[in-house]
Structure formats: structure tokens, C-alpha cells
Ligand binder design. Structure first.
Ligand SMILES: NC(=O)c1ccc[n+]([C@@H]2O[C@H](COP(=O)([O-])OP(=O)(O)OC[C@H]3O[C@@H](n4cnc5c(N)ncnc54)[C@H](OP(=O)(O)O)[C@@H]3O)[C@@H](O)[C@H]2O)c1
Length: 233
């Protein structure tokens, strides 16, 4: 029997993930570690990528450094020119950024990867968010967008390390809209080693975001860049 194509391995019974190769992916806050790392991996996989920034020149400089056809723009232009928009700004700037981009993000698939965390002498801990999670806050602020959540557990260090060919991780993808979560799973699947796995609706995003506090503890104890694998899928 022929093995299923890995790109379709996680769609679920009787269903294939969509072809996302022609989609333009924008990254808000794409000049930062996480955004730049995701932009690099997606562009390397052949995706068209636009890096967004509060400052267009900073985004253009960052895009030039990355090469791979990556473009840079201010966050609003990045949102408008993209089909799928990853939110990779710090938690502190999350609500303000999304509020200001509501019109530019209308009709887009938004992928929130923001982890609301605090840090003290004991390490990282999950913050309580009035809406439940960063992803639910995004959904509340962006009623005209289709909000999903994914890419929370990636190490920005590994993403940006050009000597690393494969990222050994499952990406938990959450959302209310199956076409959107299928699209985000398919995007994750484009990156070698990475696999997108549907992991529930946005009301369950809090613990996925909060799990990063545990991964940071693992990283500190074992001096690693830990990730997550879902078994039996
Ligand atoms: N680092 C990781 O390993 C990792 C992994 C998974 C998820 N995440 C999540 O990804 C997000 C970004 O992480 P990061 O480490 O890349 O953060 P970062 O480098 O501190 O910030 C990313 C970019 O966001 C923009 N920015 C900074 N403050 C802002 C504000 N108040 N409002 C709007 N934009 C602002 C900056 O770009 P401009 O100045 O160019 O606008 C900055 O380059 C976080 O929410 C984090 O929880 C990070």
C-alpha cells in the first residue's frame, strides 16, 4: 500500500489539506525573532512572504537581509497584501495592534501565535487574559477576520538557525472554521519536519499558549529548544 503524502497526513479521515502554495503570508511584527524566523522558514519552503513592522523601512531592511523574495512593509500594508496574516507582536502590543488593523485584516485568515506570559524569579508563568487567551482576544477584536491560533511552541532560535534543516515539532492549530484551520495546518506542513495538527477551538487556546511557560522551564533545565509532538495521529 502506498504511504500517504506527508502533506495530507494530518487532515483527518477522508479529507485532504488544501494546496496553499500560492497564498501570500504576512507576518505582523515580522522584524522580531519569532516573526523573522517564521518568515524565513515559510519563504524557504516557497511561500510568498511579506514582513510587517510599525516602520516600513525596518521591515524592508529585514526583508532584504532574509532574501528569498521576502518583501517588507508597514503592518497595515502587510495585512492588506496577504491572504494569511500571522500575528507575531509582543503580548503588550497585541490588543492595540489588532484594533488599529481591524479594517486591513477584514476577510483574512489571522494566525495568532502570541503567548501572554509573565516572568519573575521563578521563571515564566501564564498571564490571565480577560477574554480567555490571546487568540480569543484577537477574535473579539477582529469580527471581520477568521482567527486561528498556531505556532506557539516554536523556538525562534531554531527557526532562524540556517544550519537547522528540519524543525522537529507538531504545530497545534486551533480555530472555529475548518477551512481556515486546514489552511494553517497545510502551511505548517510546508516546513520540513513540522506538522500541523488540529487541536480544538479557540476556547481551548489558553492552555496551548500557557504551555510555553512549561517549555521555557524545560529549556532552562536541559539547555535545549524543546518542542511538542502529538502521538497516535
Ligand atoms: N520568541 C519566541 O521563541 C516565540 C515563540 C513562539 C511564540 N512567540 C510569540 O511571538 C510574539 C513575538 O515574539 P518575539 O520574540 O519575536 O518578540 P519581539 O522580538 O519582542 O517583537 C516582535 C516585533 O514586534 C514589534 N513590536 C514590539 N513592540 C510592539 C508593540 N508594543 N506593538 C506592536 N508591535 C510591537 C517589533 O517590530 P517593529 O518595531 O518593527 O514594529 C518587534 O520586532 C510574542 O507574542 C511571543 O509570545 C515567540
Amino acid at each position: 500500500m502506498t504511504q500517504p503524502d506527508s502533506v495530507n497526513a494530518t487532515a483527518g479521515p477522508g479529507r485532504e489539506l488544501p494546496d496553499v502554495s500560492e497564498l501570500v503570508v504576512g507576518v505582523l511584527g515580522g522584524t522580531g525573532d519569532q516573526g523573522r524566523g517564521l518568515a524565513y522558514r515559510l519563504a524557504k519552503a516557497g511561500q510568498q512572504v511579506v514582513i510587517g513592522s510599525r516602520n516600513a523601512e525596518r521591515a524592508e531592511d529585514c526583508a532584504t537581509q532574509l532574501g528569498l523574495g521576502v518583501r517588507g512593509a508597514d503592518n497595515a500594508t502587510c495585512a492588506r497584501e496577504s491572504d494569511v496574516v500571522i500575528v507575531a507582536v509582543p503580548w503588550d502590543g497585541h490588543a492595540e495592534t489588532l484594533t488599529s488593523l481591524r479594517a486591513d485584516l477584514a476577510g483574512k485568515i489571522v494566525v495568532d501565535c502570541v503567548n501572554p506570559l509573565g516572568f519573575d524569579k521563578q521563571g515564566a508563568y501564564a498571564l490571565q487574559v480577560p477574554e480567555g487567551s490571546a487568540a480569543q482576544q484577537a477574535a473579539a477584536l477582529l469580527p471581520d477576520s477568521t482567527v486561528t491560533a498556531a505556532f506557539h511552541h516554536l523556538s525562534a532560535v531554531l527557526l532562524q538557525d540556517e544550519s537547522v534543516d528540519e524543525i522537529d515539532i507538531d504545530v497545534m492549530v486551533l480555530g472555529e472554521d475548518r477551512a481556515a484551520t486546514d489552511t494553517v495546518q497545510a502551511l505548517a506542513d510546508r516546513i520540513p519536519g513540522m506538522r500541523g495538527v488540529f487541536a480544538g477551538r479557540l476556547r481551548n487556546a489558553h492552555q496551548v499558549e500557557a504551555l510555553v511557560a512549561n517549555l521555557i522551564s524545560v529549556n532552562r533545565r536541559y539547555k535545549v529548544h524543546a518542542g511538542v509532538r502529538i502521538t497516535d495521529v
